[in-house]
Design a protein around this ligand. Structure first.
Ligand SMILES: [Zn+2]
Length: 352
């Protein structure tokens, strides 16, 4: 019986030496260590042996089992390492290949233009004042010289948040950035009611109007507003500052002109045109053959508005202006439809 065990071990070891892959390993395990393998049959035959032989054969069979198991484990390790080496060699991983790039986003074109405008005014000494997008009728209209039922409101019909029981002072989405003027003036004058400090601010942000959405008009758009209040501020300061802005934004040689206009919160009021930067003033479809492009509205702050902000209009004067970054981009890049700005189409946004 001991002789037979030696043969079993020898045959198993020989066969194990030829094993080179996972499948063969598993087959070997079933054949030589499985329930019906010759070695296991020795174990199940122990009961038929004589009492004297039983311990010797049992111990010897156990030894063979342990030896074969450890040989198997060793072989399994070797097969695994060989397979790994082989796959590394065959697949030829090239670590010098460039990786896949991460898609990096960028600021929305409106935000980019908004920042260009703000940067220029910051260089001229203006501070940024951000105000709320949800306003009361009082601050958005009345304090800016649009009394209830005033016809000028027709130009800026809005979206109401709460029109219920607030009478003439409903809560609404601001139709322009101008209510920020009132908030800024009231903040400054509240601290020093008898001697309010001068103000030089720009107010960028989103505005909303109840418009029919077309290629020319949207229910939301950005504005940058500017406000300068102090003693001895004149229309010449307004013209100088805005002409300088135009040169910094559109080029040192750009010419500007001011046309009389009407806004309820400025008096006198004007619109500023810059020489068409598409055709250089010769006339083209973008400027409708006029050679000029309207860029912004402006004027001297209306005395009623100064008073509503806590500034004595007999002592203080000021100017204000407002412009739309989307309109500037549309002119600059010949974009013919304002709806692209909020359409979230990456093909449009990627171009900026
Ligand atoms: Zn032109």
């Amino acid at each position: 019986m001991l002789e037979k065990l030696r043969e079993i071990e020898k045959a198993a070891r020989e066969s194990l030496a030829a094993v080179t892959d996972q499948t063969a390993l598993e087959t070997w395990r079933v054949t030589h260590l499985g329930r019906s393998s010759p070695l296991m049959q020795v174990f199940s035959g122990l009961s038929q042996l004589s009492k004297e032989d039983r311990p010797t054969v049992g111990q010897a069979a156990n030894k063979v089992k342990v030896a074969l198991e450890s040989a198997f484990a060793e072989r399994a390790e070797a097969v695994k390492a060989a397979m790994l080496a082989k796959s590394l060699e065959e697949e030829e991983l090239d670590v010098t290949l460039p990786g896949r790039g991460v898609r990096v986003g960028h600021l929305h074109p409106s935000t980019q233009q908004l920042r260009r405008v703000v940067d220029i005014f910051a260089e001229m000494g203006f501070q940024v004042y951000t105000s709320r997008e949800v306003e009361t009728d009082e601050i958005n209209f009345q304090a800016l010289n649009f009394p209830p039922h005033h016809p000028a409101r027709e130009l800026q019909d809005t979206l109401y948040v709460d029109a219920g029981e607030r009478g003439d002072n409903p809560v609404l989405l601001r139709t322009h950035t101008s209510p920020g003027q009132i908030r800024a003036m009231r903040e400054a004058s509240a601290e020093h009611p008898d001697d309010p400090p001068p103000i030089r601010i720009v107010l960028p942000g989103m505005c909303f109007r109840s418009e029919q959405i077309t290629a020319r008009s949207e229910v939301q758009f950005n504005q940058v507003e500017g406000l300068a209040v102090g003693e001895n501020i004149t229309f010449a300061d307004l013209k100088g500052t805005l002409s300088d802005f135009a040169r910094r934004m559109f080029g040192q040689n750009v010419r500007t002109r001011f046309r009389a206009a009407y806004f309820p919160f400025t008096e006198p009021s004007a619109e500023m045109d810059v020489e068409c930067f598409v055709c250089g003033g010769a006339g083209c479809p973008v400027c409708k053959q006029s050679g000029w492009l309207e860029i912004l509205g402006c004027g001297m702050v209306h005395p009623v508005v100064l008073e509503n902000g806590g500034y004595d209009p007999l002592r203080y004067t000021g100017y204000a202006f407002g412009m739309g970054p989307e309109r500037q981009l549309m002119l600059r890049y010949k974009i013919d439809d304002i709806r692209y700005f909020w359409g979230n189409d990456v093909r449009f946004l990627e171009q900026f």
